[in-house]
Design a protein around this ligand. Sequence first.
Ligand code: LIP
Length: 267
Amino acid sequence: MSDDQLKAELLDLALQAADLAGTFLRDGRPDDLGVAATKSSAVDVVTEMDIASEKLITGFLAEHRPADGFLGEEGASVEGTSGVQWVIDPIDGTVNYLYGRPAWAVSIAARKDGETFVGVVAVPMQGETFRAVLGQGAYVNERRLTVRPAPPFEQTLLGTGFGYLAERRVRQAEVARQLIPQVRDIRRGGSAAIDLCDVAVGRLDAYYERGLNPWDLAAGDLIAREAGALVGGRPGEGPSGDLLVAGPPGLFEDLQGRLEALGAWHD
Ligand code: LIP
């Protein structure tokens, strides 16, 4: 199978899995949804729907590609033998989902030998599915995506997010405090996958966050890059849990330099 044939197959399966899970989550959300468990802190929550969504996604994908590997936020961890690894956030924006707020997504990426081939972010409450294939552009539904041209820094609408540990949030708040007077405004949406898609579609000029997990960023990173954004971490580094920075050329480098000077990459 050629890489293009593999990309087409992976995209088709990712779109089907994201639609399956997104429909289940949108239509099956219990009115009395509560917290099933917590992780790094009392506010880092998991619901029964996160767990069910991940099982739905991994079950569907494993049925069609049994030799693939899996890495999922809620525990899916399979090595695989095909060289393809699925990176899954079954609900990105779990707290939003728990509170009945619309900004949550299903994020599914497929990596081949470590390179992200396909990314899909479904946002059911917006009726939007973002998708990208490496080298083939990014789309929302059927519309091709291109990032908004870099504005002057003082006119930047800047997205960010905060971690689940209070001591990290103190440092993150200090970085945001320094940046707020320098930009148009700040937005904190609660889903990294949506924030990265917002950069791709032009609803944010740029986005940064410290503390993301691979499943938070895998699909949105490719979607933003295929829409023309630059996505990285500290200068010369790729996006990681230390720091993710995303934005159009010109603004990306300016923001990255300011974040480096502010020490946004450490607690
Ligand atoms: C969320 C991220 C978001 C971050 C939240 C949380 P989750 O992922 O997408 O950017 O600010 O703290 O980590 O936990 O909802 O999958």
